[in-house]
Design a protein around this ligand. Structure first.
Ligand SMILES: [Zn+2]
Length: 345
C-alpha cells in the first residue's frame, strides 16, 4: 500500500483544550501518529512524505480569496490578537447570498468560515497546504498506474467548499485529488464519502458537475453536523443533476443497515463507470466516536473492514483520503482494517 503523509501537519498544533473553544477539540496531531503506528505495525507499507505540487491544483478547486485569507490570516490578526492566540470567527458569519468581502481579518474569518470549529494558528496554512499535497501525491501515484494510494491527510477536508472553511477543514483534499486525477483527460471520477458527517464541501464543489459522481453516507443532518446540507433530495444542479447522492442515516444504524446503503452507492458508482475512485475515509462512522452528539452509528470495526472490502471490490484505481475519526486509541486498527483490502494489487 502506498501511504503518503505530511510531517507538516504538526504545524497545525491544536490540542484538546483550545483557547476560545468551548468544547474539547478532538482534531489533534496524535491522530496521525496513531494511524502511522498502526499501519507500520501491520506491515502495510512505509509512509512517504508528500511531494510539493504547488498552489495551482489547489486553486483549481478553491477560491483565490479563501486561499489569500488562509495564507495571511494568522499574521494579519496579530494586529488585534496577542501572542499565539488562535483566530476564530467572532460570531458573525456571512449569510447565503452575501457578496461583500470585508477588509478586516476578524471580519474575514466570519466571511470565510461556516462555523467556529476551525482555529487559525501560526502553522495552520502550512499544515493545510501540505495536507492537500499529500492528497495530490497519492492521486499522482494512482494516475501513474498504481492500484491504490492512501493519503493520511491532516487537517481533514470534506467540509471545506470552494470558498469556505469549517468543521476542522480548511482545504478540500479529496476534491483536490479528484480534480488532479481529471487534469489533462477529463476522466470521470466517483467520490464516495463514508465519514460520519456529510461531505458538504465536496458536494458543493461538484454540485453542477456531471463528470464527478459524489456519494455521501452520513448521519442525518437533522441530528448531526453539518445541519444545512446532506438531505436525500440534494441531487445536483443543472448538468450535474443526478450526479450527487446522499444517504442520511439515523442514529444507531448497525453494520447491516449501513452496508445496505453502501451497496446502493456502490451500484451507482459501477453504473457511472468512472476511471478513478476517490474515497473520503472518515473513521468516525465507527461506534463510540466522540464527535457524535447523538448515540452515533453502531458500525463496528469489522463493519468498517467490510466497507473497505466492498469498495475495493469495485476494482477501480483508488485514492483514499483520510477525513475524520477521533477515537485515537483505535485509529491505527481502523486504518489497517479499512486499507488492507486495497493492498492486494
Ligand atoms: Zn466527520
Amino acid at each position: 500500500m502506498h501511504i503518503v503523509f505530511s510531517s507538516q501537519h504538526q504545524a497545525h498544533g491544536t490540542r484538546p483544550a483550545m483557547p476560545g473553544y468551548p468544547d474539547r477539540y478532538d482534531e489533534t496531531p496524535p491522530r496521525v501518529g496513531a494511524i502511522l503506528a498502526g499501519l507500520e505495525a501491520a506491515g502495510l507499507g512505509s509512509p512517504v512524505q508528500a511531494v510539493d505540487h504547488g498552489l495551482a491544483p489547489i486553486l483549481a478547486v478553491h477560491d483565490a480569496g479563501l486561499i489569500a485569507f488562509l495564507q495571511g490570516a494568522f499574521q494579519g490578526s496579530r494586529a488585534f490578537l496577542p501572542g499565539d492566540s488562535p483566530l476564530w470567527p467572532d460570531g458573525y458569519h456571512a449569510v447565503r447570498g452575501w457578496r461583500r468581502r470585508p477588509a478586516g481579518w476578524q471580519q474575514l474569518a466570519g466571511y470565510y468560515a461556516i462555523d467556529r470549529d476551525c482555529p487559525i494558528l501560526a502553522g495552520t496554512w502550512e499544515a493545510a497546504y501540505w495536507s492537500a499535497q499529500a492528497a495530490l501525491t497519492a492521486a499522482g501515484l494512482v494516475k501513474a498506474g498504481q492500484r491504490a494510494a492512501y493519503a493520511l491527510c491532516r487537517p481533514p477536508g470534506h467540509h471545506a467548499s470552494a470558498s469556505q472553511y469549517g468543521g476542522y477543514c480548511y482545504l478540500n483534499n479529496a476534491a483536490i485529488a479528484a480534480r488532479h486525477l481529471q487534469a489533462g483527460s477529463g476522466a470521470r471520477v466517483a467520490l464516495v464519502d463514508i465519514d460520519y458527517h456529510h461531505g458538504n464541501g465536496t458536494q458543493e464543489i461538484f454540485y453542477a458537475d456531471p463528470t464527478v459522481l459524489t456519494c455521501s453516507l452520513h448521519a442525518d443532518p437533522d441530528q448531526e453536523y453539518p445541519t444545512f446540507w446532506g438531505g436525500a433530495a440534494e441531487l445536483g444542479d443543472g448538468p450535474g443533476r443526478g450526479y450527487n447522492r446522499n444517504w442520511p442515516l439515523p442514529a444507531g444504524v448497525d453494520d447491516a443497515a449501513y452496508l445496505h446503503a453502501l451497496d446502493e452507492a456502490i451500484a451507482l458508482v459501477a453504473t457511472f463507470q468512472p476511471a478513478f475512485l476517490v474515497i473520503a475515509a472518515g473513521f468516525d462512522l465507527v461506534q463510540g466516536d466522540p464527535s457524535a452528539t447523538t448515540t452515533g452509528f453502531r458500525v463496528t470495526v469489522e463493519g468498517l473492514e467490510t466497507v473497505g472490502r466492498r469498495l475495493a471490490g469495485l476494482d477501480l484505481p483508488t485514492v483514499i483520503v483520510q477525513e475524520g475519526g477521533y477515537q485515537i486509541d483505535q485509529l491505527g486498527e481502523m486504518a489497517v482494517r479499512f486499507l488492507r483490502p486495497f493492498d492486494a494489487g
